[in-house]
Design a binder for this molecule. Structure first.
Ligand SMILES: [Zn+2]
Length: 591
């Protein structure tokens, strides 16, 4: 049999919608309206004595509404991301966003009702809710921190002119920044996305110039951004601690992730304790770059191997083969996504940058979006996004509301997939310099996704406390600089201008304490990888089962099945064994 040759592809969105206009689309919209009306009709049957069967009937109808909404929304979003210059695509996306927001307001009464229900009746309903059990349990988590209906309404109303506006202002100010970058003696005015490429430049002076321009712009706007931040932090404290009675600044975020405060604390402590592992790496990296010591400007400096061009066909085969060696089931699921023509890999200048995997709902094969340019990194990205797709397919035995994995487990299969691939690539690569480049770029990624994110959250905890105690924004900057110096120890020189760096992290403003989810997910995955290395093939079925839970169970319970205790620092330390091994390997190659 002749082997299939894979070519860069467009995707087929017809599995979502036949058309976004004309009669066909009108039929879809009419169907959505009918479904929403049906849900609305339940408003007057909700009462304390409602049977759990009736509640199940309602939730299944709500699920149908959400499924249809995600299908239409995904269509519009995905079309736009492949054709950002299209007026039509943009108009459709706006229209659908409005429609979806409107629908969600119309059916929100159900979850509000269930959150407010008395404990006895809520327990009765949860007991009879079969596969939806965890969905209802999660809704109830917010109950102790939910205020009266009128108070909730007031918070919603004041947020639209308060917190939301503050975040809009932050975005308006920071996205307008332009930078005068001097290249080949000429000044070029560029935006942030262009500037950020120079942070990874091979030339030290380009990296320095890029960072200096960036920090300078934020420093110039320090007073405005600082006032915005202080207001956001104060609002967070007033709402979370004073009104909703959470124990700590970070607790609301932990509850939202359904992770205990203790588990998060253990993870943060483990990272803090093991940061020295990276000090060793940065010293080694300085040696590889021929420098005495790295400065903060050089953190993402690439170690250059010989760039090889990889065809799309080779890339797909590399991913499928490495997946296949780990588990043929996983490989055939990844292949399914490609065979369904659900991968958009071709590059174009109207296409969005980056990559993503979009899981719409069980019954629809997930979609994968990548910009394939034939570089090593593109192969890892493909393995990463197909990993998400495989994860999603494994969860499709659940109903839609419970399929999608929670935030902290969502990066498991993707990062794991990258690890399997990179081990295979390293094994095949014979050139010493190329090997060094591969490992170093992997370690740079791990630094950025685990260590850096954890230290952001440690900074946030200190900053929230300090602002609560009346600190000035200069004091907040000093806290950040001390945090940076602690993170890098004696391995990297940090200049004072980086003390404003925190202000350019949007998550710190928009979703406080969000960043630890990256460290949590990535470190958990490295620990799983370490288990695989120890246990070999017998780990595979357990791992696939772990993934297949999706969002149907509490994360800590899913982990318990693999004997993972999230509340043990020792568990988290295991991820660092993998990192240490990588650094050992890199060191071995430098001698
Ligand atoms: Zn991902």
């Amino acid at each position: 049999m002749q082997k299939k040759v894979y070519k860069e592809s467009f995707w087929n969105l017809k599995d979502l919608l036949e058309s976004h206009e004309g009669k066909e689309f009108d039929v879809v919209l009419a169907d959505l309206e009918k479904k929403v009306k049906k849900v609305e009709s339940y408003k007057n049957v909700l009462n304390n004595d409602i049977s759990s069967d009736k509640v199940l009937e309602i939730i299944k109808d709500i699920e149908e509404v959400e499924k249809l909404c995600s299908k239409i929304y995904a269509y519009a979003y995905m079309w736009f991301s492949t054709d950002t210059k299209s007026q039509e695509a943009r108009a459709l996306q706006n229209k659908i966003s409005q429609l979806v927001a409107d629908v969600s307001n119309r059916i929100m009464f159900f979850s509000l009702w269930f959150k407010q229900l008395d404990d006895k009746n809520a327990d009765r309903i949860i007991k009879g809710s079969n596969e939806y059990k965890y969905y209802f349990e999660k809704l109830r988590l917010q109950k102790p921190h939910t205020l009266s209906e009128n108070e909730e309404k007031i918070i919603n109303i004041k947020d639209t002119t308060g917190n939301s506006i503050l975040n809009n202002l932050y975005n308006i100010i920071t996205t307008s920044f332009m930078f005068d970058f001097v290249i080949d003696g000429k000044v070029k005015r560029i935006n942030f996305s262009e500037l950020s490429k120079y942070v990874r430049s091979t030339k030290a002076e380009d990296r320095k110039q890029a960072y200096d321009l960036l920090m300078n712009e934020y420093e110039k706007n320090k007073d405005t951004l600082g006032e915005i931040y202080k207001a956001i932090v104060t609002d967070w404290k007033n709402e979370s601690i004073k009104l909703r009675k959470h124990n700590s600044y970070i607790s609301p975020r932990n509850l939202g992730n359904d992770i205990s405060d203790k588990a998060v604390e253990c993870m943060l402590n483990s990272v803090k304790k093991n940061t020295k592992v990276f000090h060793r790496y940065f010293k080694l990296k300085a040696k590889l770059l021929g420098m005495k010591r790295l400065s903060r400007y050089d953190v993402y400096a690439p170690i250059f191997g010989i760039e090889k061009d990889i065809s799309y066909n080779e890339a797909v085969n590399m991913v499928l083969e490495s997946y296949n060696e780990f588990s043929p089931e996983m490989s055939s699921m990844a292949k399914k996504i490609i065979d369904y023509e659900h991968v958009h890999s071709i590059t174009s200048d109207v296409k969005k940058g980056g990559a993503y995997c979009n899981d719409i709902h069980p019954g629809i094969v997930p979609y994968v979006f990548v910009n394939f340019t034939g570089k090593d990194r593109d192969v890892s990205t493909l393995a990463h996004e197909l990993g998400h797709g495989v994860h999603d397919l494994l969860t499709h035995n659940h109903s839609s509301l419970l399929a999608h994995p929670p935030l902290i487990l969502a990066e498991t299969a993707s990062v794991f997939g990258e690890m399997i691939l990179s081990d295979k690539v390293l094994e095949k690569e014979k050139d010493k310099i190329n090997k060094q480049a591969l490992i170093a770029s992997k370690l740079d990624d791990i630094y950025a996704t685990i260590i850096r994110q954890t230290f952001f959250v440690i900074f946030e905890m200190e900053a929230h406390k300090a602002i609560d105690d009346g600190a000035t924004i200069d004091k907040v900057c000093d806290i950040y600089l001390a945090n940076l110096k602690e993170m890098f120890g004696d391995s990297i020189d940090v200049t004072d201008n980086f003390k404003i760096e925190w202000a350019y992290i949007p998550h710190i403003f928009a979703t406080p304490f969000y960043c630890y989810a990256y460290s949590f997910g990535n470190l958990l995955t490295l620990a799983l990888y370490q288990m695989y290395k120890k246990e070999g093939k017998s780990f595979v079925p357990k791992y696939l089962k772990f993934l297949s839970y999706g969002g149907s169970k509490k994360p800590s319970e899913i982990c318990k099945e693999l004997d993972i205790d999230l509340e043990s620092e020792k568990f988290w330390d295991q991820g660092f064994v993998v990192i240490n091994d990588m650094i050992d390997e890199l060191e071995g190659l430098t001698n």
